[in-house]
Ligand binder design. Sequence first.
Ligand code: ZN
Length: 462
Amino acid sequence: MNRPVLHVLLLLSLSGIPALSQVNDTAKLLAELIRINTSNPPGNEAQMAAFLKTKFEPLGFQIDIVATPDPHKAHFIARLKGDGSRKPILLAAHADVVGVEREKWSVDPFAGVIKDGYVIGRGAIDFKGGLAVFAQAVMLLAKNKIPLARDVIFLSESDEEGGQYNTSTLAKDHFDKIDCEFALNEGGWIMKNPDGSTRYVSISTADKSGVSLLLTAKGTSTHSSMPRPDNAIFTLSKAMAKIADYETQPKLIDSTKEFFSTLEKTSKPPMSGYFHDLVEGSDPAKVHAADLEIGKDPLLHAIMRNTIAPVFLTAGFRGNVIPGSADATLNFRTIPGTNVDELISEIKAVVNDPRVEVTNAANRGAPARVTPSPKDTELFRALVQQSNAVFPNVPVTTYLFQAGTDAAPWRSRGIPVYGIYPYPISAEDLTRMHGNDERVPVESLQQGTDLIYRTLLKVAAK
Ligand SMILES: [Zn+2]
């Protein structure tokens, strides 16, 4: 046992909070979850629901397995009843994982291997580790018979990584089952320094949204023996070259400013200076220099701007025909508050060619307007307070999550959602997420369980 863990247990016993008795149970539970192969497609989340029922039901939880039209997919809801004086708190975790390139793994990705202080397997980070931590913390409330002022709802979701029976469908049909005052979900990172100490705790209060634009170039469709100047493929290629050379401007929302200020405090010169210049933002030349340096990190590059990624290119159908049109799909990940019509105008200006049309590829209009979750809630304050207790002297910051999560059904209904991957992790381990030999430290799972359990005691106990 190392000093931080000892320190935490000491604090727990001094504060009268029941100490964690099953410090290794989260890692064991995670190994069991990994052994249920929920690679999506097909997902098999119904099997996960059946397994979780065996864990939660004996502890007195109300179990609700919400079936979907696909018999292999289900959402699992376990509710621990409070006295009803406060609105419920919800902890949401997706049960599905992405597939694997099995030959590139050093262990069986679905064996739930615990080795060298790590739990290794698909989903260890995203998000079975979080599912295990949330489940363990919630079950500890029941095991320790904590009287509750509000219901605590645990949700294991299907189809987060893809597919149609996701939380949006669940929310549309059964919102009463998952209605709450506030919720926890995947999101911010607890990052480690290279020496293993914890660098910062970040809690996401908003996610970036995705929108795809379609670029269509038109030309004359004719025999390839007689090329004309209006070739659709050349026109599209020239437009794409302009977009490749274009960079969007940094757009820092409050959570990103707070996050970069935390990075300033926890890094050394010259990086600390670049973070300072970017957040301060008064000198355009300094902002640009900071952007170039900070943007070398793809994650930091992404959270400070709308990003552009070409994802499909379509043209032509046979070797002796010049096609009449050529298409490219650009996937944008946008900062909250971005307007799709403005995005289309921005790209039209970059392309600056009337032969190229720019339209919304999905034709669905703007993504749902989701405002970032506020910091002045009981749950956010408890998370910060308990992070300070579990990770003394480590800064806690808000964060803009670089991709989409399942938070939208709640945030779009005005319910605050705070995102966290509840385990300290190194930058090296983070690159294994959705990659090979995905793993999470056993000790980090203990710390995360401690953080979430203490937060629940603060927010839900009587
Ligand atoms: Zn995830």
